[in-house]
Structures are given as C-alpha cells and as structure tokens.
Design a protein around this ligand. Structure first.
Ligand code: ZN
Length: 119
C-alpha cells in the first residue's frame, strides 16, 4: 500500500510554499539564528503532529491497543516488550486511529517496513 503522492504541479506548488515559508521565517526571525531555529522547529513539529498526532494521543492509543491485543504482537504472536512496541498504521493516510493501527514488536516492525520498501 503506497502513500498518496503529489503530482508534478502539486510538487512545484509545495516547493514554492516551502520557499515562501523559509523567507517568512527569516523575516519574522529578523535573521536571528536562534529565532530561525525555533520557528523552524515549531513549524516542523506542528506539521508533523498534523500527520502523526501528538505524542500524548499516540501514547493513549498505544495503551488502548496494548489492552485490546492483550499485550501480544498480532504478527508473531509473541509478548510485546514493555518498551519499544510500535504503533503501525495499516494505511498511513488513515492516521493514528483505533481502526487503522496495530501494536507490533520492533522485530515485526522492521520486517513490515522492509516489505513496504522503507528500509
Ligand atoms: Zn512481532
């Protein structure tokens, strides 16, 4: 299952938007390197949350999935580790929502990522 991709026009629009945002950051930060860093980091974080949800929401979902799966990895049927279990989205575009995720062990996550061509 591949993620949606931008077409050529949208890709050009995205590059123009990024260029504008960079210029805007420089203006707002008045070329202060520390402010540029902080603006970039804030914008990066908020856009990442739009796609991945906030860490607390993912943590809550992780706990819920742990209970729902009785602490078992649905792929290898082994006990999930106390730390390091991974919330895997069935479809990335579906987000971190209960019907679209499963909690899997790191080893199975590595295999899944490889199958999807991410590694
Ligand atoms: Zn597993």
């Amino acid at each position: 299952m591949s993620n949606p991709q931008l077409n050529e026009t949208q890709l050009k629009q995205a590059h123009r938007l990024i260029a504008k945002v960079r210029k805007w950051i420089e203006t707002l930060a008045k070329n202060n390197p520390e402010a540029i860093f902080a603006f970039r980091r804030k914008i990066y974080k908020e856009l990442m949350y739009d796609e991945r949800s906030k860490p607390m929401e993912r943590k809550r979902l992780k706990d819920k999935m742990w209970k729902k799966q009785n602490g078992i990895c649905p792929l290898c049927r082994q006990r999930l580790p106390e730390k390091g279990a991974v919330l895997d989205r069935i479809k990335a575009i579906g987000g971190y929502k209960e019907g679209n995720v499963r909690l899997i062990c790191a080893s199975c996550d590595g295999k899944v990522q490889e199958e999807r061509g991410y590694k």
